[in-house]
Design a protein around this ligand. Structure first.
Ligand code: C2E
Ligand code: MG
Ligand code: MG
Length: 603
């Protein structure tokens, strides 16, 4: 018995006990019964044996349009639609007389003339002697019932936010697609798509904006797929696609390109333009799996791989990735442990003023020596720290440690040293960065002008309100902003002007080719001139050769950093460098090319 049936039985029993109610007598329980009647959402109609209506409830009035007063004293013919013939009513009555019950669908007419169909259950009531005293009809509007069923279906199989199929329906459809592909001997592609930085958008711009963005993404994605493809939302910012009836991997990658194109244009959400990228992993039936579970898992693994490569892209699953995925999770756990057990260290790399040869700034660079794996490069673990959210804790520690350390050197050696700290886009988009910086400056008593924040060009491309607000706030505090790895990203001069940047650090790749490729020489010269035209300071990083430094000096570059001058050093090794802050070429053996071995030892 369903809950609803149990409830109706209980109600019917109650009517048995209170026959006086619909004869107009109010007994001690009458008020309660009236309340129960009005609370029931199914329509109720009670007649005596002359078929005169003696009671109806509020739901009856709602569905039929007749008030209680209009209905009482009338016969149920009041509701007749004219759609049923005599035999219909005869069958109903004979069932009622023989079994005391009737149930079925019946067409009725509302007071306003509208015809509607209800599902009706009628039971007769008998007194102690077995004589029928009343009839009780309970009915529901079938249109509403169907809508309800549809709603239940929608809730069970569709995502309520985007209206896309949910995991349940996705699995059903994938299972069907696999059976069909097996029969037709063709392929099925499963895409696993995850939005990059979605968590940050949600955290900084709020869930309402996040939701609107998901809806907009769902809409754009649906538009670039065929009717026969399934686009589903598994939850959060994870979408999946089933491409059935394909014959080759190339067909899948063509669609992958189309999907990624959906992220080239910004999304306008609440009159704000948001750039978002996505990482896409692809697995194919039967090549990478023959069941739902393995295909989805492998597409997910490939997606992780795509994420690691950065910037909107797709990757097709390969078995070798499984290991990498697990290794990644292991690294995340080990990193967590390293944070708790002070396993992270900072090293410092000097930047010199090319004119004077003296150190003006120290860039703090993170080092992690894993107990078993040895040194893990920051380029390897910082993306994992970002993805897991550990970057916030690590970032705070870097700020505190580097600021305190540089203040100690400033005081010890009487130098006007600056410290440069690398900041990721995620840190910048998180509303707490300014507060964290302020705390670190106060704690260390470092003047804001002595702090430089290095951000990569692509971070500037993020026009989110939070990023703009944070950068403006940082500038107002008097902190300098540096564009790191300049030249390899996508920033425009417009962005650079807009954010009032202080310094550009020309990427190592341009410096590397300085001596060989004429074109790059010109490029570096142009970048330096442009930097000066914008009243910014030009820094060159990754200088390994004397010739490179010489060229840069001729081009008028202001600052230099690289192994030629000094490799990153642990704090304990910095004293000899900072003592007197002698121009670097007097400090080190003048050499044409830095010695990689000795540099590594220094690091
Ligand atoms: P970056 O900020 O551009 O840092 C410069 C990188 O180039 C450093 O690598 C440095 O050791 C290396 N380098 C400096 N001079 C030379 C040279 O002459 N030749 C060569 N081959 N390399 C040189 P590192 O420390 O491995 O850092 C790599 C990147 O990781 C950094 O690039 C930065 O984006 C990121 N990173 C490092 N430390 C941190 C940190 O504390 N926080 C954040 N958010 N990112 C960091
Ligand atoms: Mg840097
Ligand atoms: Mg750099």
């Amino acid at each position: 018995m369903t809950r609803k049936q149990a409830w109706l039985t209980a109600l019917t029993n109650r009517f048995h006990k209170l026959p006086g109610l619909w004869r107009g007598k109010v007994d001690s329980n009458g008020a309660l019964t009236a309340q129960i009647l009005s609370a029931i959402t199914d329509s109720i109609l009670v007649t005596d044996t002359d078929l005169r209506i003696v009671e109806v409830n509020a739901a009856f009035t709602k569905i039929t349009g007749y008030t209680r007063n209009e209905a009482i004293g009338q016969t149920p013919r009041l509701l007749k639609s004219g759609r049923h013939g005599k035999e219909f009513y005869q069958r109903m009555w004979s069932a009622l007389l023989v079994t005391g019950k009737w149930r079925g669908a019946i067409w009725n007419r509302r007071k306003n003339g509208e015809i509607y169909q209800v599902w009706m259950r009628i039971s007769s009531f008998k007194d102690k002697t077995g004589k029928t005293t009343h009839f009780l009809a309970i009915f529901i509007d079938l249109k509403h019932q169907k809508a309800l069923q549809n709603q239940i279906h929608l809730l069970a199989y569709y995502d309520s936010l985007t209206g896309l199929p949910n995991r349940e329906l996705f699995n059903d459809r994938l299972a069907l697609a696999l059976i069909q592909a097996h029969r037709d001997k063709n392929k099925v592609a499963v895409f696993f798509l995850d939005l990059d930085r979605f968590k940050a958008i949600n955290d900084t711009l709020g869930h309402a904006t996040g939701d609107l963005l998901l809806v907009a993404v769902a809409h754009r994605l649906s538009n670039c797929l065929r009717e026969s493809d399934t686009l589903a939302r598994l939850g959060g910012d994870e979408f999946t696609v089933i491409l059935s009836g394909i014959n080759s991997q190339a067909q899948a990658t063509t669609v992958a390109d189309k999907i990624l194109d959906c992220f080239k244009q910004p999304y306008t959400i609440s009159r704000r333009e948001l750039f978002i990228c996505a990482s896409l992993g692809i697995s194919l039936f039967p090549d990478h799996g023959i069941d739902n579970e393995s295909l989805v898992r492998h597409a997910d693994t490939a997606m992780y791989q795509a994420k690691q490569m950065g910037m909107s892209g797709y990757v097709i699953y390969a078995p070798s990735m499984d290991l990498r995925h697990e290794q990644r999770l292991a690294i995340e756990n080990d990193l967590r442990e390293a944070i708790n057990e002070n396993g992270l260290k900072l090293v410092y790399q000097p930047q010199i003023d090319i004119k004077t040869g003296r150190i003006t700034t120290l860039e703090a660079l993170l080092r992690w020596t894993h107990p078993e794996k040895g040194n893990i490069p920051p380029s390897h673990f910082i993306p994992i720290a970002e993805e897991s959210g550990l970057i916030f804790e690590i970032g705070s520690w870097i700020l505190d440690t580097a600021c305190t350390q540089v203040v100690a050197w400033r005081e010890k050696y009487g130098l006007d040293l600056c410290v440069a700290i690398n900041i990721t886009g995620l840190q910048l988009r998180n509303g707490k960065l300014v507060e964290r910086i302020q705390k670190a400056l106060d704690k260390a008593r470092l003047p804001p002008a002595a702090l430089e924040l290095e951000i990569t060009e692509n971070v500037l491309m993020d026009d989110s309100r939070e990023t703009i607000k944070t950068l403006e706030h940082i500038k107002r505090l008097g902190i300098k902003i540096v564009i790191d790895d300049f030249g390899i990203g996508f920033s425009s001069l417009n962005h650079i002007k807009r954010f009032s940047i202080d310094k550009l650090k020309i990427d190592k790749s341009f410096i590397d080719d300085l001596n060989y490729v004429d074109g790059d020489k010109q490029l570096v010269k142009t970048i330096i001139n442009m930097t000066h035209d914008l009243s910014l300071v030009a820094t060159a990083e990754g200088i390994e050769k004397q010739d490179q430094l010489r060229e840069l000096e001729i081009f008028g570059c202001d600052m230099a950093q690289g192994f030629l001058i000094c490799a990153p050093q642990p704090a304990s090794e910095m004293d000899s460098l900072l003592l007197n802050n002698a121009p670097w070429h007097r400090c080190f053996d003048t050499q044409d090319t830095f010695n990689a071995d000795s540099s590594l030892i220094m690091e």
